[in-house]
Ligand binder design. Structure first.
Ligand SMILES: [Zn+2]
Ligand SMILES: [Zn+2]
Length: 381
């Protein structure tokens, strides 16, 4: 089969910049050295680019998981140009297709099915049919004046943020070249590859607790260098959630920033999945894997029946918990005057607490069951 034509702009840009970064940056450092200010410029600009991609291009523009003030949208547009990841329209259009046709080698622009190299950066180096420009899925974004403005002036913004800004920051400190090398070159290469790792590594290496219908995986190590985007299995399962790491201890600075911004009115309408939806997805996945294990290890029939029973009970409790929680939350908002009504309210609260306890016990029993399933000796075939 004939190979797709080479995209020379990308080929030159994405080959020369890393080459220059691994030679010029250490060479200049060896000859003249870098100081704390120059490293800080590099780190801060990396944060600016990274957050603009994760909170802006990804969770805001592509997935609409929350709404943002124009000031923030403008900052994201500038940071995205600085990250050199194309304009919002191209990025979001590609990304929406990635989610819709995930792993489909003909339609997913960076399909993991075509291997590590292709999904990491190979897809950018040639004009593949799967990456053909098609803005029909970003009509909503074409109504945003900031997105359109960035689209029209993308090249000027790239030059301004990638050359002008690091030069200015270097000039202010008395070393233009050091500013360009650390704040421009090194920052650019590192931030590009960090983003690309989400398309490559996060589709190859990690756990799949929520769904295995796509190759997307949760990888907490990756979250550390991608501003929290490593929880990619969760993200592909619940793409409308503004969080990627849902637990408080999971490293997701993008989520923290969006949440913090909501406190000062810069972001609003943050969407999140309910705990019941998340638990249900996880439970279904565990049940399926356990049934497969039963078949594979020839585990006795009564074990399988017990597993099914526990699973159904768990689902039922989860449903009850959702209902009771909703009833209690609604009642909590209301102010009751009469004692008898207040009594009803208390009853709702206690029922909710009871079912919450049942759910906790049920979950513990389920986990125990899954563990014991592995211990049971297989029957001779
Ligand atoms: Zn996404
Ligand atoms: Zn993905």
């Amino acid at each position: 089969m004939e190979k797709a034509p080479i995209n020379w702009t990308n080929m030159i840009l994405f080959s020369l910049t890393p080459l220059a970064a691994v030679t010029l940056v250490p060479l200049y450092g060896f000859l003249y050295g870098y100081d704390l200010y120059e490293w800080l410029v590099c780190i801060l600009l990396m944060g600016f680019c990274g957050m603009s991609i994760t909170a802006g291009y990804h969770r805001l523009f592509s997935h609409k998981t929350y709404k943002a003030h124009p000031i923030l949208r403008l900052l994201f547009a500038l940071g995205g140009a600085c990250a050199l990841q194309n304009d919002v329209l191209h990025w979001a259009s590609d990304h929406r297709r990635h989610h819709r046709f995930v792993d489909n080698n003909e339609r997913d622009p960076y399909s993991a099915g075509r291997g590590f190299w292709f999904s990491h950066m190979g897809w950018l180096l040639r004009n593949y049919e799967s990456g053909r420009e098609d803005f029909s899925n970003v009509k909503d974004l074409q109504k945003d004046p900031i997105v359109l403005w960035q689209h029209r002036h993308y090249l000027s913004l790239v030059i301004l943020t990638n050359i002008g800004l690091p030069m200015l920051l270097g000039y202010l400190h008395g070393d233009i070249i050091a500013g360009l090398l650390l704040g421009g070159l090194l920052r650019l290469v590192l931030s590009l590859h960090a983003t690309w790792l989400i398309n490559s590594i996060a589709h190859i290496w990690g756990r799949q607790p929520y769904s295995d219908t796509s190759t997307a995986r949760d990888n907490s190590l990756l979250a550390f260098i991608t501003f929290g985007e490593g929880y990619h299995n969760y993200h592909h399962t619940f793409q409308w959630d503004y969080r990627n790491g849902i637990r408080w201890w999971q490293f997701d600075p993008t989520k923290w920033m969006i949440r913090l911004c909501s406190l000062v009115g810069l972001t609003r309408d943050l969407k999140r999945c309910t705990l019941a939806q998340i638990e249900k997805a996880r439970l279904e996945m565990q049940y399926r894997l356990a049934t497969e294990k039963c078949k594979l290890l020839n585990i006795p029939e009564n074990w399988q029946q017990r597993l099914e029973l526990e699973y159904e009970q768990f689902l039922h409790t989860l449903q009850l918990w959702t209902e009771h929680r909703q009833a209690w939350y609604e009642a909590r908002e209301k102010q009751f005057q009469e004692t008898l009504e207040q009594w009803d309210k208390l009853q709702l609260r206690d029922r909710y607490r009871e079912i919450q306890y049942t759910l906790k016990v049920q979950k513990r029993r389920w986990q125990l069951m899954l563990r014991n399933l592995g211990d049971s000796a297989p029957l001779p075939a």
